[in-house]
Design a protein around this ligand. Structure first.
Ligand code: XMP
Length: 327
């Protein structure tokens, strides 16, 4: 199974029927591979790891141990949703690790984007490895590797092993049940497995999470402003029929303040930048034309509901010259 490739001419999984067939085959293959052993999975709540979790729960139930690391850089409601869907609804064996303080303390005062990324990635591996060491007799490690990851790693564009970087002494056999699927197929399979739409049709979200949307040194209050403004933006896009139509949208709170007025007094506060872009491959992107009335609602809600924010700006820059993310 470990060196299985996408069969030449495999039918694209586009329908519930095709997804059901794939699920049945995978469940059988997973049972054959895993037997009565235990499997460990880092469950971020992103599409790929969620679908892998749901497949493994169906195949081996409580033999799967999911570890959800909350690094404090997730979007509003995400850690709660992982617990609700997997622990409460699917009865998964889920270990929830609140590592918020640990990550934010390590990141305090760090301004360089690459350094921030390294700290987040390195700390993630460390927390995950610590949890793995507490468990006995785990033979397998599941990963949400998908077919484009394999193609890209073969071309030398990126290493595909998400959990690559685990300490040398930790040896696991890999379980990669969606490795022959394209992203759109993973979503169809996820839907058929009963995962909620807002998990399955989620927009892309970078590994370092909201950390790249809180430019410069991350502070807890500015990070909260990113999280709250992002939640408002997502809510308003959903209400106004833009969800699922606009490829990616989020907010950024840069590390500077400007003068404003609140309740008749000077308010020296941050600004929120809104970014909403369309693309097919993320190599280039165009800016979504948000209706002016929606923009006004967003300004009104963000400046009144998000503490410490007195101004809202819209980023009109296509890629190039601006990248989609800010760091
Ligand atoms: P950029 O900013 O390079 O992003 O135009 C292209 C797409 O990749 C997503 N993405 C990331 N971006 N760091 C990033 O800066 C990451 O670790 C990362 N992971 C994914 C990004 O959200 C955009 O969709």
């Amino acid at each position: 199974m470990a060196d299985e490739r996408r069969p030449e001419g495999m039918t694209r999984i586009t329908t519930p029927e095709l997804a059901r067939t794939f699920i049945e085959e995978q469940v059988e293959a997973l049972r054959g591979q895993i037997g009565d052993q235990k499997v460990l999975l880092a469950l971020s709540g992103g599409v790929d790891s969620s679908v892998v979790a749901a497949l493994l729960i169906r195949a081996v139930g409580q033999q799967l141990i999911c570890v959800h690391v909350n690094h404090g850089l997730l979007r509003k409601g995400e850690p709660e949703q992982v617990i609700e869907v997997f622990r409460n609804q699917m009865n998964a064996n889920l270990i929830y690790v609140d590592a918020v303080d640990r990550f934010l303390d390590k990141l305090a005062g760090v301004t360089d984007p690459e350094q921030k990324r390294k700290i987040i990635g390195g700390e993630f591996i460390e927390v995950f490895a610590e949890e793995a060491r507490k468990l006995d007799g785990i033979r397998f490690l599941a990963q949400g590797t998908i077919w484009p990851d394999i193609l890209e790693s073969e071309k030398g564009i990126k290493a595909h092993h998400n959990a690559g970087g685990l300490p040398e002494d930790m040896h696991f056999e890999l379980v990669e049940p969606v490795k022959i699927l394209f992203k759109d197929e993973v979503r169809v399979v996820g839907k058929e497995l009963g995962l909620p739409d807002n998990m399955v049709f989620r927009q892309p979200f970078p590994g370092p999470g909201l950390g790249v949307r809180c430019p410069g040194a991350i502070t807890r209050d500015r990070l909260e402003a990113v999280r709250e403004s992002d939640a408002i933006l997502r809510e308003e896009f959903a209400k106004n029929g833009l969800e699922g139509r606009v490829w990616q949208y989020f907010t950024v709170v840069p590390d500077f303040r400007s003068t404003g007025i609140r309740d008749g007094k000077r308010a020296f506060e941050w600004c929120v930048i809104i970014r909403a872009v369309n693309t097919t491959d993320a190599m280039t992107a165009t800016v979504e034309e948000i209706p002016f009335s929606l923009m006004s609602t967003l300004v009104q809600r963000i400046t009144s509901e998000v503490p410490g924010v007195n101004r809202v700006l819209y980023d009109f820059t296509p890629k190039p010259t601006g990248t989609i993310e800010y760091e």
